[in-house]
Design a protein around this ligand. Sequence first.
Ligand SMILES: [Zn+2]
Length: 459
Amino acid sequence: MKERTGTLAALFLLLSVGARSSPIEPPQAPPPAPAVVTAVKAGRLIDPDSGTALPNQVILIEGERIKAVGANLPIPPGATVIDLSRATVLPGLVDSHTHMMLTYKERPESNHYYLTYVMESSPLRAIQGASNAIQLLNAGFTVVRDVGNGALYADTALRQAIEQGWLPGPTVIPSGPMIGSTGGQYWPTPEMYKYHNIMYPEYIDANSPDEIVRAVRENMLFGARTIKLCVDCKPWMYSVDDIKLAIREAAQGGCKVEGHVQTVQGAQHAIDAGIFMIAHNYLTPEQHRQAAQKGIFIAGTDTPFTPYRGSKEAFERTVAQLRSAYDAGAPLTFGTDMDYWNERMKDEKTGRWLTRGDLTINFLLTWKAAGIPPADILRAMTINGYKAADIIQDRGPIKPGLYADLIAVSGDPLADIDVLRSVQFVMKNGAVFKQNGVMTPEAFFHPGPVRMPSGRWTR
Ligand SMILES: [Zn+2]
């Protein structure tokens, strides 16, 4: 008995010591090793912001970050030289709206994603997310906004694991569970709703201002880097004031708000509240103009018509909506909602399975059908994506001081955007992940967390 009291006292002491140190301070990093210098010789280097390319550039990388960029830069002795002089180098790509921790299927769940949540555990879905992250990086996606259906914060854990160096993957901008009014995106049964265990990994109910504040704080506490609101998943949708409240609260934790919007009225509430980003494109042409005027990002999740998904009619609507948003000058991002799988997802010529990366890049079909010029597609896939991920100060553009995330392709994506389907080289944080079209991820695997986040610890 006495001993147990002693143990409890020790535990209490430990907890109170833990409480005194700030929970957001990073642990002490080991002293840095001398930075490895890498020189990438780029045959052509694209600046997607201006839609232009310069020939024969050298990118000098020290450790994880870009040190200098230019023609005829002297290459320091001892630097590792990567010769991409026959390729086009460009910044990594962004999927601004996806769900790596969800894979709903025709079998056994007949595409009912309610059933996926019931039949697949959060740990299984976390591992799917890790696999999808590798597949996306292999396709050239160095940043992914993962916005909900993240299996009880597997999305924030995946971000942390990649950041710590456990596995290669894109920089993940996770939202944690979507916040919505009663039921989230579900129409739950009373059993699901009242006992919550089934729906809670997916949605947080927030039915009043207090609950909205609490839900936003809870997600930020558990590592969200963006906040995802179900604006109008129910007829009792969030009001302009509700959305403004979420935006204000999120801002306190450095997060921006994305709204899932599926009705014209919901879109108007989101626009009037000054939301940062709208997911899905059910906006009217007038609302596209308002989004352009207010600088509200749109992630259209513009599904192509393929042997494995969609219909001709739906595709025509999607293309028209994308074109309308483009014509209005709304800031467009490349977003996919690519969170399903079926047995038709094979390369028609070779019969090999399409990867999550192949399926993601295949959304180019919609952008091309909408007649959007390659330079503008590329801007949506890079610059606008970094802005929507709220990381452009830190990574994305190939500029001194930023993290060295870059990819290379044969051919010229400013002339033929489809060359992005075959990314030959991928570098993330200055480390080579793919070379000559083959994954070489050894440098990313360690038996412990070799990288500590440079900024705040849990967020
Ligand atoms: Zn989505």
